[in-house]
Design a protein around this ligand. Structure first.
Ligand SMILES: C[S@@+](CC[C@H](N)C(=O)[O-])C[C@H]1O[C@@H](n2cnc3c(N)ncnc32)[C@H](O)[C@@H]1O
Length: 326
């Protein structure tokens, strides 16, 4: 699976860091080469071309007006990094929307400024920025969790009514709907993001099980005791602990007695979190990977009883914490 081939926390697949003292330097070299190959593929139209239909290196070179040797080397590098798939000499992107994340990569060039000042280059937690940022990367985010969706969803209780909060491309809502045709999902996200949510649900063929609720999770009125299960996945890390606790408190009121709140996020120490923290430094005012003890305190102060913890030990690592309303 491609997720296992990503570069996580500087560990480049294929290089065993313990094997050689120069392995970290090779890691750096490979990371730089990967970014350069990806950027070149975006700028020269290579990714666009193979996105339209799978193509050989020769066809891509002809279509983009570039050298065959260059097209071949870039496509082979991207295939080696798991960003592009190669089959019978034809290449295609391994992920939907791969070209669309290019502007995000250039944000890293501003890391020195952020580290010096402590100010992010933009604030992904703000409603305006979130609506520009997340529609572009929603399907990519969803594809990052394909390894985790089934092991997590199978540990969630059966539910007739589900609220997927900050749904994005709703990977968790879609999996719950597939698991149980009786299950009705309300996907809540900001108005500028929800059309992308709807497209993902449509392409999964599950519109009949979904409703779409546009709004800010901190402000949108929710039916009191309206849901059997509320999923809050990959959202808390956008906020500091006080704001995340506020989200938990508001959502707890929308759970029916006996209902479950499922918080899905990375935890400190899981694979990839050092890089995630660096990314949150760049993109949020105070976002962070929260400690499980803190999350349990949020549950308690929202009147919920901490329940299950399920760790998916893959790359990236991700954890489900559940809490039940008494
Ligand atoms: C990192 S994405 C996670 C998407 C999805 N839950 C997943 O696991 O792939 C965070 C999502 O939270 C949404 N979001 C951020 N702030 C929000 C707010 N104040 N109200 C509602 N949704 C919000 C974003 O638009 C985005 O879709």
């Amino acid at each position: 699976m491609h997720v296992h081939r990503r570069t996580i926390d500087g560990v480049t697949p294929g290089i065993d860091r313990s094997a050689s003292p120069v392995a970290p330097v090779l890691t750096l070299h490979q990371a730089a080469a990967t970014v350069a190959a990806y950027t070149t593929a975006v700028r020269l139209g290579i990714l666009d071309h193979i996105d339209r239909s799978p193509a050989t290196a020769a066809e891509t070179a002809a279509a983009c007006g570039i050298s065959y040797r260059g097209a071949r080397a870039v496509l082979d590098t991207l295939a080696d990094r798991g960003l592009v798939l190669a089959s019978e000499g034809r290449f295609r992107p391994a992920h939907d929307g791969l070209a669309a994340i290019h502007p995000m990569l250039s944000l890293w060039e501003r890391l020195p400024e952020t580290v010096r000042t402590g100010d992010p280059v933009f604030r992904a937690e703000s409603v305006d920025s979130a609506q520009q940022f997340f529609p572009r990367i929603g399907s990519l985010l969803a594809s990052m969790w394909t390894h985790a969706v089934d092991p997590i969803v199978e540990r969630l209780p059966r539910a007739r009514t589900v609220l997927d909060v900050g749904a994005g491309s709703s990977p968790w809502g879609i999996a719950l709907a597939r698991r149980d045709p009786e299950c009705r999902i309300t996907a809540l996200d900001l108005p500028g993001v929800l059309p992308a949510t709807r497209r993902a649900v449509e392409s999964a063929g599950l519109c009949s099980q979904f409703g779409f609720l546009p709004g800010d999770l901190f402000e949108v009125p929710l039916p009191e005791r309206g849901f059997d299960l509320i999923v809050l996945a990959q959202v808390c890390h956008l906020f500091d602990a006080a704001r995340a606790a506020q989200a938990v408190r508001l959502l707890a009121a929308a759970l029916r007695p006996g209902g479950t709140l499922a918080v899905v996020d990375s935890l400190p120490g899981s694979p990839g979190t050092a890089t995630q923290e660096l990314s949150l430094l760049l993109q949020t005012t105070a976002g962070t990977v929260h400690e499980p003890e803190d999350q349990r305190k949020w549950f308690l102060s929202a009147g919920l009883r901490s329940d299950k913890r399920v760790d998916v030990h893959a790359v990236p690592g991700i954890t489900l914490l559940t809490a039940t309303k008494g």
